[in-house]
Each structure stands twice: as structure tokens, then as C-alpha cells.
Design a protein around this ligand. Structure first.
Ligand SMILES: [Cu+2]
Length: 165
């Protein structure tokens, strides 16, 4: 290999490192009342081109974040039964978003079964800053959910809170 060729390869390798982001498999777990609640997800890129292409009414779930609850837990005036769910969002006709849960996992390559999707009592904002990589948390709510525990998703400029517990 000539010196110039190896220099070019080294420069390419450096460029690739500069553009690759580390993505993490994360778990957030806590207890709400007597119920163990945990979320597992991948801190994937907030790809806003994909977001723009989503059709209203479809359930989308970047890398299939999972929610596990050890017992039935209230979510606003609904109940999330003990079990495992896939966390996702549904785009509204007005461009806002609603957080939703799909029972169990969605098998790879399969479409979500809308009969297994439950919309959560959630609030959407595009005024909460930007998360370049998806962030999901269980934390204290704000606005309508002030003083209550919420499940949050921050993805690009999309910020959703859903009542839980
Ligand atoms: Cu990234």
C-alpha cells in the first residue's frame, strides 16, 4: 500500500468516527406505589425526516421501546394491566402526537395490530427543546400533569408526557 493510500484510509476512518454516535440500550426502572415499572429502549437517532413521513393514525415505535409493569397501574382514567408493552406514538391529523401502548412485542417485520393499541392520556409539546437521540423517562409531570408521575418521550423536538400511576 502506498503512503498516500494509507493516509486516505486513515482520514476516512477518522471521519467515520467523527460521524458515528454511540447508541445505548437503556433501562429506566422505578416503583410507583407498589408497582415495579421499567422501560427498556435504545437511544436511537431522532430522525425527523422519518417523523415527517409518518401517516396520521399509525402507531410508530422507534426500535420498539418496552414497558413492563408488575401489577395493574392506573394511567389517567385507564388501567394498564400487568404485563409487557411496546411504547409508541400516533400522529394526529393536526400534527400533534399521542403516546400509546401496544400489547406485548411487535414481531420483527410485522405491522402493529391496531386492535392491541391503547392510546394513553398524554400531552404533546414541540416547545421543550431538542433531543438528538431518543430519551424515555419516568419522572414528575408538568402542565396538566404537574404533581403526578409521567412517562416521557423526547425525540427531536417532540416531547410527550403520559399519565402513569
Ligand atoms: Cu446517533
Amino acid at each position: 500500500m502506498t503512503r498516500i493510500a494509507s493516509f486516505t484510509l486513515a482520514a476516512l476512518a477518522v471521519a467515520a468516527l467523527a460521524f458515528a454516535h454511540p447508541h445505548f440500550n437503556k433501562t429506566v426502572s422505578t416503583t410507583i406505589g407498589e408497582v415495579d415499572v421499567s422501560v427498556s429502549y435504545n437511544s436511537t437517532d431522532a430522525n425527523m425526516e422519518r417523523v415527517a413521513a409518518v401517516e396520521a393514525g399509525t402507531f410508530v415505535s422507534p426500535r420498539g421501546p418496552r414497558l413492563n409493569v408488575s401489577a395493574d397501574v392506573m394511567a389517567g382514567d385507564m388501567t394498564i394491566s400487568a404485563g409487557e408493552y411496546t411504547i409508541g406514538v400516533i400522529k394526529g391529523d393536526d400534527g400533534s402526537w399521542t403516546m400509546a401502548l401496544h400489547e406485548g412485542r411487535i414481531p420483527r417485520g410485522e405491522m402493529p395490530d391496531m386492535g392491541k393499541v391503547m392510546k394513553l392520556d398524554s400531552r404533546y409539546s414541540d416547545q421543550m427543546g431538542t433531543a438528538d437521540h431518543m430519551l424515555i423517562d419516568i419522572t414528575a409531570g408538568s402542565g396538566d400533569f404537574a404533581g403526578k408521575p409521567v412517562l416521557t418521550i423526547h425525540f427531536g423536538n417532540m416531547h410527550l408526557q403520559a399519565a402513569i400511576g
